[in-house]
Design a protein around this ligand. Sequence first.
Ligand code: VG1
Ligand code: CO
Length: 547
Amino acid sequence: MTAPLPIKTVATKPFNDQRPGTSGLRKKTRVFQQPHYLANFVQSIFSSLEGFAGKALVVGGDGRFFNREAIQLILKMAAANGFGEIIVGRSGILSTPAASAVIRHDKAFGGIVLSASHNPGGPDADFGIKYNISNGGPAPEKITEAIFAHSKAIESYKTVEAADIDIDSLGETFIGATKVRIIDPVAIYRDLMASLFDFAAIRALFASGFTMKFDAMSAVTGPYAKAILEGDLGAAPGTVLNGEPLPDFGHHHPDPNLVHCKHLYDLAMSDASPDICAASDGDGDRNLVIGRGQFVTPSDSLAIIAANAHLAPGYKSGIAGVARSMPTSAAADRVAHKLHVGMYETPTGWKFFGNLLDAGKVTICGEESAGAGSNHVREKDGLWAILMWLNVLAARKQSVKEIVRAHWAEYGRNYYSRHDYEEVATEGANALVAALRAKLPTLAGQQFGALTVESADDFAYLDPIDGSMSRQQGVRILFAGGSRIVYRLSGTGTSGATLRVYIERYEPDAARHDLETQAALADLIALAEQLADISKHTGRDKPSVIT
Ligand code: VG1
Ligand code: CO
């Protein structure tokens, strides 16, 4: 340890736009590069916390442009604010689930994750920052709102005068009295995965000729996937595509959906398909799974994982319950019902799962946006979901397609699609939502063709653990028979507004499980336009992304 450095207090003025959204603060990179912008937010985080003096903070990110500069700034500010230790992923790399795992493993006070997740990176793209609490999960709204309140009143922040730290070499060093420990970003996460899944069975699967392509999209999961899939599990070299994290993600849009991962979809639908194609997003918490000739919707994936988790050693005694975000399809509800375990419906964003996981109410959580995870960390976890699929495939000795088909035959199929209208004018998007809200009381009982509205509301969530209430989390229109239309505005975008329309139809009849999804939902899609006047309010006659 070296002597504490003199603390430098830097005068600043508030920015008025630092309210965290669905998952932290996300802005254009250039916004973050403005003098004091990042420092103000970091100080607002620290000023919202109590009792961290001498304790550890985990810091890492998805490697995007500005990651390294941000980490140097955070190191100095964390030292000035009195943290005892800062644990940093080598080269500033920690996937979001790995950061969560490290916080838990090293019993840190909390962590800062630098990522704008599925948003593109680079000087003209997006950057983001998020605070995670000691359970390893995203700060709950109580803390994010406190951060926002501090950011509006901030007058100064604390830092120290110190040389930049070498974050590319493992080992320990000091900033004054604060220890800085540079760790292997993969090791703790890799051991955790090995403790949950039957690596021997998955190794045997690969050894028997099973083939896979995993696209890391030049984002954070490359090193994790190479170490685990090609290293521990013996998948053929070249299984991992785009495995080097690049500051601009090689110009990929690191969102593993059917638009930005179309090449994988096309591969999976071709004669040359491997047994499974998979991908993750910028910060490693999302997953895409496509079997040979079979796309798995994230909502179905959640349900299938919940139904089969007991096949993985880490979950062999069964699951306590399942939670899904409200817009996620109800496929998982049917599994929870059959297993006689609890089912929870939360607002969008992983921060709402933390209390349920901590209280032991649920084991498996998921979102329609390609996120699934469990109580092993407090974030969604892309590679975890993919390893779970590999474990299930190894145990059931069936293909992805056979497993999906059998699941539908047993539980019925929830046809599901999300239509995004990206970067539309904020005014129009707000007007659309306001008009829908005004209409809500009149909708119940109305008939539209074969569809009868059973109920319509603006989703509100009462957290059963801490009693907190979150209102206006999405307008939902529920029809007799289990069909739904849900509308909400994104909380992760960085320009204009993004309208998300979620459309779902439940089909119990196995003879009707072969329809093309958009065709199966055609009447609901038309009604979604009619009820919300989407084209009038957004000026768009079709969605920009369909997943
Ligand atoms: C989106 C998804 C949401 C997810 C969030 C963060 O939020 O819909 O399900 O939790 O992104 O994911 P929104 O508010 O834009 O709909 V990640 O992988 O970007 O951290
Ligand atoms: Co993400």
